[in-house]
Design a binder for this molecule. Structure first.
Ligand SMILES: [Fe+2]
Length: 273
């Protein structure tokens, strides 16, 4: 499946340039992407963003050993524990990076601040925050808050935290927007993968809230990816900084994939002992 199925941008009729781009993915972006030939400034921007998303193909994450094993095997108690303790890095980073982004935005850049606040509100606002949903999910599998608090991230989980917190510690809102789009596209795929893996365990709704709420948010066509795409498309520097956007988007993907590879490595290492 291609990334276009994650969420179509307005580029429903691919331009010749983007078709060519798909065939010639080894060329650099600036060689193949259209310049702003249209009077409508946002159409080329959306096409450029779409090209980067398609070329990165974040759905390949579902083919890594972690997601294949999660779907096809039944996890042991130890494997389940490793998963919850390491995935906690992703859960904590989801709101901490947004808070860091707000703190590090220029106070005069009201649009960028409200963009991040909007994400933080869905993450940490309301009756039950995403973090609280996660605690319930972990508790269902016998993992307490205290154990999560004491969890030691492995080096790949730690790298994930550092990479994302690094982007959101930048004072440059373009960097926040680029990382946010990478994150939202990855989030949709990984939630799908987790849901495919966890539905076999007959989990009560109360403990499935973390996955349910994210399935809803990440699949809503007016939801998170849409906000992230529109915000980046409106960034005045997009055309000039397209290669930087692509590099950030890909590095965010790699950080996610590596975090899951790290959990799988832990499973493998312990299985040998
Ligand atoms: Fe979340």
């Amino acid at each position: 499946m291609s990334v276009t199925e994650i969420l179509p941008t307005n580029a429903s009729n691919p331009t010749n340039a983007s078709k060519l781009a798909l065939e010639e993915t080894t060329m650099s972006v600036t060689e193949i992407l259209p310049t702003n030939a249209s009077n409508n400034a946002s159409k080329p921007a959306l096409d450029q963003i779409e090209w980067v998303r398609q070329a990165a193909d974040v759905r390949r994450m579902l083919r890594i050993p972690f997601f294949v094993d999660l779907k096809t095997k039944s996890l042991s108690n130890q494997e389940m524990r490793d998963f919850f303790l390491q995935y906690y890095s992703i859960v904590k980073t989801s709101y901490r990076m947004l808070a860091a982004g707000i703190l590090n935005s220029q106070p005069e850049d009201a649009d960028s601040i409200s963009h991040l606040v909007r994400f933080l509100e869905t993450e940490s606002g309301g009756e039950t925050t995403h973090l609280a949903y996660y605690l319930r999910w972990a508790e269902h599998f016998g993992i307490s808050k205290d154990e999560l608090a004491a969890a030691q991230p492995n080096h790949k989980s730690r790298a994930f935290e550092d990479i994302l917190m690094g982007y959101f510690s930048s004072h440059d809102s373009f960097v926040h927007r680029a990382a946010q789009l990478g994150l939202e596209d990855c989030a949709q795929v990984l939630i799908e993968g987790l849901d495919q893996g966890f539905k076999k365990y007959n989990i009560p709704t109360r403990a499935y809230g973390y996955l349910m709420v994210h399935l809803l948010l990440e699949n809503d066509e007016d939801g998170h990816s849409r906000w992230a795409i529109d915000s980046l498309a409106n960034a005045p520097e997009l055309e000039k900084r397209l290669e930087e956007f692509q590099a950030i988007y890909r590095r965010v993907y790699d950080a996610f994939e590596d975090a899951f590879n790290g959990i799988h490595d832990d499973w493998q290492r312990k299985a040998k002992h």
